[in-house]
Design a protein around this ligand. Structure first.
Ligand code: NI
Length: 232
C-alpha cells in the first residue's frame, strides 16, 4: 500500500541509484589498467632452409598476458585519442609441422587509436567506444630453442645441433578497437575491451649451413583487456 513515507523512501533510493554518473566530456583524461592478453591468429609462410628442406607450416606463436595500460584524452565530448602501453609480452614460437619449440620473442605493441564515444556528453553509466588507429610493434630478445637447433642438425645429417639466430622485423600496421566502461561513480568504472591489430613481420633465421632463411609471419592478434577505468 503506497504511502507518502514509502514514496519518499522510493524517491530517495531512485535518487541514490541515479547519483550523478558524470558523462565523459571534452578535456577528460581516462586511464585504464588491467590484464591484457595478446592472442595471435598466426599465418606463417613456409620455411625454406636453403633448398635442403621446406617446412610448409612455418611457425605458430602462442598467447601471453601482461599488464595493460591505456591513456585516453577526450578531444571533444565524443571524439578521443588513446594510447595503449603494456609490460613486455613474451611469446613462445613453435613449428607447425613438428611438435618442437622453435624459440621465443619479446615484444611491445604501442597502439594509437582515434575513438568515438556515442554516449559521450550524456549522463550514462554505460560508455561504449569504437575506434581505429595505428600500431607499431617492436620485437626484441628473439631466441632460438635448442630443439630447433637439434632439428636443423638432423636435417643436414649432423649429430650436432646447428647454432641459429632469430630476428623479427618491427611492424607497422592498422588497428581496430572496441570496448566499454561501466561507471560506478564519478571517477571509477569497470572496463572491458578488444583490439585487432595487423602485425606482420619478416623472420630471419641465421645459421652457418643456411644463412638468411627468411619467411613472412602474420601474427594479427586479438588483444583482450579487462580492468578498471579512472577518469579525471
Ligand atoms: Ni596481417
Amino acid at each position: 500500500m503506497p504511502t507518502t513515507k514509502h514514496t519518499a523512501a522510493l524517491a530517495a533510493i531512485i535518487a541514490a541509484l541515479a547519483l550523478p554518473v558524470q558523462a565523459y566530456e571534452q578535456g577528460d583524461w581516462i586511464i585504464r589498467v588491467g590484464a591484457a592478453n595478446v592472442d595471435p591468429d598466426t599465418d606463417s609462410d613456409p620455411i625454406n632452409i636453403a633448398d635442403i628442406q621446406t617446412l610448409p607450416g612455418g611457425v605458430d606463436v602462442d598467447d601471453d598476458t601482461q599488464l595493460g595500460i591505456t591513456a585516453t584524452y577526450m578531444l571533444t565530448d565524443i571524439w578521443a585519442v588513446e594510447l595503449l602501453a603494456a609490460t613486455p609480452f613474451d611469446h613462445d614460437i613453435t613449428l607447425e609441422d613438428a611438435p618442437i619449440d622453435a624459440g621465443s620473442t619479446k615484444h611491445l605493441p604501442p597502439t594509437l587509436t582515434f575513438m568515438w564515444y556515442p554516449m559521450g556528453g550524456k549522463d550514462s553509466a554505460f560508455q561504449p567506444y569504437v575506434g581505429a588507429g595505428i600500431n607499431y610493434t617492436y620485437f626484441w630478445d628473439e631466441e632460438v630453442d635448442g630443439e630447433l637447433e637439434a632439428a636443423l642438425g638432423a636435417i643436414i645429417g649432423s649429430p650436432d645441433p646447428v647454432p641459429a639466430d632469430l630476428d623479427l622485423d618491427d611492424s607497422w600496421g592498422l588497428a581496430a578497437r572496441a570496448g566499454f566502461d561501466y561507471l560506478f561513480n564519478e571517477n571509477w568504472g569497470f572496463n572491458a575491451s578488444v583490439w585487432w591489430i595487423d602485425i606482420d613481420t619478416e623472420a630471419t633465421i641465421e645459421t652457418d649451413v643456411a644463412p638468411d632463411v627468411k619467411f613472412d609471419v602474420e601474427i594479427d592478434p586479438w588483444v583482450y583487456m579487462i580492468g578498471v577505468s579512472y577518469k579525471f
